[in-house]
Design a protein around this ligand. Sequence first.
Ligand code: HGY
Ligand code: MN
Ligand code: MN
Length: 416
Amino acid sequence: MAAPAANMTINADRLWDSLMEMAKIGPGVAGGNNRQTLTDADAEGRALFQRWCEEAGCTMGLDTMGNMFARREGTDPDALPVYVGSHLDTQPTGGKYDGVLGVLGGLELIRTLNDLDIKTKHPIVVTNWTNEEGTRFAPAMLSSGVFAGVHEQDWAYAREDAEGKSFGDELVRIGWKGDEEVGARKMHAFFELHIEQGPILEAEGIDVGVVTHGQGLSWTQVTVTGKDAHTGSTPMPMRKNAGLAMARILEKVEEIALSHAPHAVGAAGHIDVYPNSRNVIPGKAVFTVDFRSPELAVIKDMEARLKAAAEEICKHMGLEVAFEKVGGFDPVAFDEGCVSAIRGAAERLGYSHMNIISGAGHDACWINRVAPTAMVMCPCVDGLSHNEAEEISKDWAKAGADVLFHAVVETAEIVE
Ligand code: HGY
Ligand code: MN
Ligand code: MN
């Protein structure tokens, strides 16, 4: 397939302006974003994205999970489209680039094709996947998971947020539930541009990450049950302190992850104690343990050791403990053909590049099950993400979007 000429590059200023415009929607309190899925801010961001796509000549499709598909026609309407995208939803204290760079990098690709008046054989479709973050409605990558047949739609619709609102109701409330059957679309390939969310590319002085694999993820929700009691008048030996048991279990999580250094990681980001009152011994603690590793056997070992350690700690303290698997996926190997298209694009464009394993989960990890898939990564400052201080440079954004443009357009086959 003919590759785009090396001088065909995206308009970095226009991409950056779009990123900054989108960042105004659902602002955080410290310069980042709080545009959580299925909130009014999410709806506003979707509307802006749709307006931009239609201004670029695309037609918008919407499926029953709220996944958005902006289509630029190809010369062969029967050819399967090349998809490119990521997510517009953010963490509560998220950055301006996590997910958004991949969606707007896809839009910039369309805008650049229009500028250059390039036609491709395959249609190109820019995608916004609903609820990638999984912070309001667990698990992460929920809608790309339904699209890939990993989750049932009814199960996804029933997922509830901390206030007991359901995914299905909130999707209807914001007016972004479509009619298209989720997962009915067939793809020629899928590409996702994403910030690394780790320190490797910046530390190595590398412009572009060629993502060969994604590490696996396991989310186990642990519920420890003790007994609410007075923090002042209850003798220490009589206490059934669920908060203390949680602390001991979290120490074990750290120990288990470090026992598989350097590639395994473990922590709990979601932690609730009840009744969470200053003078009541917590009678209940609910927390989600997030384990990750490039090796499935390591993930399984960490899950088993967590369960054994938690059961032993709670038995010793006279407390109850229960476990629920609330998310997870096996390590992913991306499509070699798509990975080569990304590597070839970086080489053609003269960008420094290296193979990298994605530390974070992405929609591409699920879509890889139903279409040839690969990812491009750009560095981020200090490797920081899921933090309002998340930052990238315009040059990094340009390098990633240029490589995305070349890999997608080559795969979609330029028509001379
Ligand atoms: O959890 C993840 O890895 C992704 O950022 N949702
Ligand atoms: Mn993301
Ligand atoms: Mn994220």
